[in-house]
Design a protein around this ligand. Structure first.
Ligand SMILES: Nc1ncnc2c1ncn2[C@@H]1O[C@H](COP(=O)(O)OP(=O)(O)O)[C@@H](O)[C@H]1O
Ligand SMILES: [Mg+2]
Length: 254
C-alpha cells in the first residue's frame, strides 16, 4: 500500500546544529500516527519541513505520490494538508462559528474574509451546514455563538481543530495540541480526535510531548531524539523499548 505522506531523509541544520538528521516517516490514509520526543528533539522543525514552512536541507516530502518538497504552504493545503500550531491562534471578539466560517472562506478562496464577517455577504447555506456539522463532531454546538474568549483552553484548542477540519483535509497535522491543557482536557481531546478519525477517515499525525496522549490515540509512533528517529513501530512496542525509555522517559533500565 502506498503511503499518503512519505517523508524521506529529511535533514535540517541551523548554524551548526543538526536539528534533523535523515528523518524518515510515513502515514497511510486514515491512519493515526504519533511523533514523540523530548523538548528540543526536532519535532517542530520536522513539522515545519513537512508543511513547507521551512525548507529541508536534504530529503523529500511526498503526498499522494507527488513530490511536494518545494511546494509553498498554501499549495499543500489545497492538496489536503491541514494543521494546528503549538501556540493557540484565535481572534478575540469572534464567535466559535465565525472562526470556522473564516476557515471555509479561506478554503473557497473568496478572499473577502473580514468584510464577509462584518455582514456584507452572509455565508451560504452550504458553508453554514459544513460549520454546523464540524461543530457537532467536535462537541462545540453549545458554544457555537459564544465569543472564543469565553472558552476554556481545551475547547479553544478544539476550535483550532475545527478550523483545520473545515478544509476537509486528508491529513491533519497537530503540533503539541496538549500544550497548556490539563490531563482531563487532554483526554477529552484524544477522544474527540479519535471520533474525527473514525467518522471522517482523516489521517492524523500527532506531534506530542505527552506520552499518554500518544499511547491512547496513535496506532503507530516514531520517537525522535536529537534529530534522529531512534524507534518506530506499533505504539505499545515502541514505548516499551528499553532504549526509548532510557532516552526519552529518562528511566534507568537495569
Ligand atoms: N529557527 C531556528 N534557528 C536556530 N535553531 C533552531 C531553530 N528552530 C529550532 N532550532 C533548534 O533545533 C532544535 C530542535 O528544535 P525544535 O524542532 O523546536 O524541537 P521540539 O519541537 O522537539 O521541542 C533545537 O536545538 C532548537 O534550538
Ligand atoms: Mg515543538
Amino acid at each position: 500500500m502506498s503511503a499518503l505522506l512519505a517523508a524521506r531523509g529529511i535533514t535540517k541544520r541551523f548554524a551548526g546544529i543538526t536539528a534533523l538528521d535523515a528523518v524518515h516517516l510515513e502515514v497511510a490514509a486514515g491512519e493515526a500516527v504519533g511523533l514523540i520526543g523530548p523538548n528540543g528533539a526536532g519535532k517542530t522543525t520536522f513539522f515545519n519541513c513537512l508543511l513547507g514552512i521551512e525548507p529541508p536541507d536534504a530529503g523529500t516530502v511526498e503526498f499522494r505520490g507527488r513530490d511536494v518538497t518545494h511546494l509553498p504552504v498554501h499549495r499543500r493545503a489545497r492538496l489536503g494538508f491541514a494543521r494546528t500550531f503549538q501556540r493557540i491562534e484565535l481572534f478575540g471578539g469572534m464567535t466559535v462559528r465565525e472562526h470556522l466560517l473564516v476557515a471555509e472562506r479561506a478554503r473557497l478562496g473568496t478572499g473577502r474574509l473580514w468584510k464577509d464577517l462584518l455582514g456584507r455577504s452572509a455565508p451560504s447555506p452550504e458553508e453554514q451546514a459544513r460549520a454546523a456539522r464540524t461543530l457537532e463532531l467536535l462537541g462545540l454546538t453549545d458554544v457555537a455563538d459564544a465569543p472564543v474568549e469565553a472558552l476554556s483552553l481545551g475547547r479553544g484548542r478544539l476550535v483550532e481543530v475545527g478550523r483545520a477540519l473545515m478544509t476537509e483535509p486528508a491529513l491533519l497535522l497537530l503540533d503539541e495540541p496538549s500544550s497548556g491543557l490539563d490531563r482531563h482536557e487532554t483526554d477529552a481531546l484524544a477522544a474527540t480526535l479519535a471520533d474525527v478519525q473514525a467518522e471522517r477517515g482523516t489521517a492524523v499525525l500527532l506531534v506530542e510531548h505527552d506520552v499518554e496522549f500518544v499511547q491512547s490515540f496513535a496506532e503507530r509512533c516514531y520517537v525522535l531524539d536529537f534529530g534522529t528517529v531512534i524507534a518506530a513501530g506499533p505504539t505499545a512496542a515502541v514505548l516499551g523499548d528499553p532504549e526509548v525509555r532510557r532516552a526519552y522517559l529518562g528511566e534507568v533500565v537495569v
